[in-house]
Ligand binder design. Sequence first.
Ligand SMILES: [Zn+2]
Length: 138
Amino acid sequence: MSESGLPCVEGLFSAEDGVATLHGSKCTGCNTPYFPRSEACHNPDCTGSNIVDFDFGGSGTLWSYSVADFPPPPPHKFDKPFAPYAIGVVDMECGLRLIGQMVDKAEDVKVDAKVELVIDTLYHEDDVAYSSWKFKQI
Ligand SMILES: [Zn+2]
């Protein structure tokens, strides 16, 4: 749905054949997912902390959202002129609760909507598009 560009942070996510994947980790002792990667398990009930790399993706449900009506302060980057956008908090089916910008216009965003993880352009700099993960209502 968009130009692919370069990731805004290297190694955090990837997009292949239109499928968005987040590169995180998971504790094999208690199955707690982490994104970004964690070096240790932070579950106080876990006694068998063993962290392995784990890829996340797929869909989820929009738990809540907020609308950014004004430009974020540095070091955040955005295309000018600034356009308001919604930031969603999504309960992913894989067990993660993730924050991400919504592709949908803020006035169209609905709590409890089913959403999918996508990789989309975040901003342009020196004619290069930089991308990040976002959510899109399905
Ligand atoms: Zn654990």
